[in-house]
Design a binder for this molecule. Structure first.
Ligand code: ADP
Length: 440
């Protein structure tokens, strides 16, 4: 670069010196010097014109050749341009590869803008949602996939979980839809055909429900006969124990069938508004505690620590089942005479919390993530011997899901456990007196 400046300087000085010599010899020094400067200026204008022409030509050809400062300018510009084209080519390749890979995906993929208008979609989406690129680009996905469920999903703006909807192309097929926000106000929408999985799930649920239902009648008959046998004074002494054992097992099977039926009902039944009401939770809890005390043979101290005067919007018998299961678990897994506390309180954030805490055997931390799975037991023998079915917490989880609630469990081995059911404020109806207490 320094060399280029020097050659420009030499040119200027050389021409000025020549002008000065010619001026000294021929006279008119000023004119000769001006001519020297004009020659330098003309050179710059000419090079500028070449640069402009080259830029105007779309920079297709190599840049013009020159020496001195202009040679350097052309060279730098050419290098910059080469770098820019290289980067552009690389980006274009990345975009092409991304589009090719998403286009080949079996899932319907759409790119949406902040107002859920379609910017791009792949071939699978074209078939799955019957889209056409000429007609549908720029249209809102809500207008094209006419599904109230999708509309409320998009309006809610909570995209952590996918939703299931009917296919707009074929009513008998189910699609799962999920939105993934990315970049600046853009979304990737993924649609997947889940008909097969949905059918298998439905088959599994129907099978369990039907099998449980079918088992119920023979069990009732067996229980009836066994009850008569136990009460029969003529029953031989050596048969008393086996018959009473049979009766115990029959009861256990009945409980299992009842829990299985309850679980499949919770899974299949749509939660309709007609069954929902404002549940008087304090009365419900007093009833549950009374029932539990009647069943408790080990003299636990079952106490109600606090009951706030708030109701919960939901289905009473489902809440009865969930809360009852938690109280019975506390009894089951706490030694004789242990203390169990039940409470129903309102948190600062307006959430209602049902809590059962016991000073029983506790649960090791490694088991906690699994205890709401069906038939997951920390100690199967203890659960069975205490009348557990292994389905109680699975029922609790489902009921909470249907009531927009969540389960929190803390436990320490040998010290006890606390189960908390937390319900969102939208579900809670606080009585005026309770509101005054809160404000105070
Ligand atoms: P079960 O009918 O066996 O009690 P659940 O689904 O109700 O089935 O509970 C699953 C497992 O979680 C139980 O087998 C038990 O090991 C553990 N568990 C539940 N509640 C408690 C509790 N309050 N204290 C200790 N362990 C508990």
């Amino acid at each position: 670069m320094r060399g280029a400046w020097l050659s420009e300087l030499f040119l200027l000085v050389g021409l000025a010196a020549l002008g000065a010599v010619l001026g000294a010899v021929l006279g008119g020094m000023g004119w000769w010097l001006m001519l020297a400067v004009l020659i330098v200026l003309a050179r710059h204008l000419w090079q500028l014109a070449r640069l402009e022409k080259w830029l105007d030509s779309g920079r297709q050809r190599n840049p013009p050749e020159s020496w001195g400062l202009w040679g350097e300018v052309f060279e730098h510009y050419f290098k910059l341009q080469k770098r820019y084209y290289k980067r552009k080519k690389r980006l274009a390749r990345v975009i092409r590869e991304f589009r090719e890979s998403t286009a080949a995906m079996p899932d319907g993929s759409l790119v949406l803008d902040g107002d859920f208008r379609i910017l791009w979609f792949n071939v699978a989406a074209e078939h799955m949602l019957r889209l056409s690129s000429n007609r549908d680009l720029g249209q809102s996905v809500i207008n094209l996939v006419r599904s109230p469920r999708l509309a409320s999903y998009l309006a809610a703006g909570e995209f952590n979980e996918p939703i299931i909807l009917r296919s707009p192309v074929n009513e008998s097929r189910s699609l799962s839809a999920r939105l993934i926000p990315y970049g600046k106000n853009q979304y990737l929408a993924l649609f997947r055909d889940v008909t097969r999985i949905q059918r298998l799930e439905a088959m599994r649920r129907d099978f369990v429900a039907n099998a449980s239902h079918e088992l119920r009648s023979p069990l009732t008959v067996l229980s009836g006969y066994l009850e008569s046998l136990v009460d029969d004074p003529g029953l031989a002494a050596e048969w008393r124990e086996p018959v009473s054992e049979m009766q115990g097992q029959c009861r256990r099977m009945s409980r299992l069938v009842d829990d299985l039926l309850e679980l499949s009902r919770l899974e299949t039944e749509e939660q309709d508004a007609a069954h929902q009401g404002q549940v008087d939770v304090p009365s419900l809890l007093r009833r549950i505690v009374r029932e539990a005390q009647l069943q408790d043979a080990d003299g636990h101290q079952l106490v109600i620590a606090e009951l706030c005067d708030c109701r919960l919007v939901g289905v009473e018998h489902e809440l009865h089942s969930a809360f009852g299961n938690l109280v019975m678990n506390a009894i089951r897994y706490t030694g004789p005479g242990g203390r169990i506390e039940v409470s129903w309180t309102l948190s600062r954030e307006g959430e209602a919390v049902f809590q059962v805490s016991d000073d029983g055997i506790g649960i090791e931390a490694r088991h906690l993530p699994f205890i709401t799975q069906r038939f997951y037991r920390v100690d199967s023998a203890r659960s069975r011997s205490r009348g557990g079915t292994g389905l109680g917490l699975a029922i609790v989880k489902h009921v909470l899901q249907r009531h927009g609630g969540r389960l929190q469990v803390t436990s320490e081995i040998g010290k006890g456990s606390t189960f908390r059911c937390v319900f969102a404020p939208q579900r809670v109806v606080v009585s005026p007196t309770e509101q005054q207490v809160e404000r105070a």
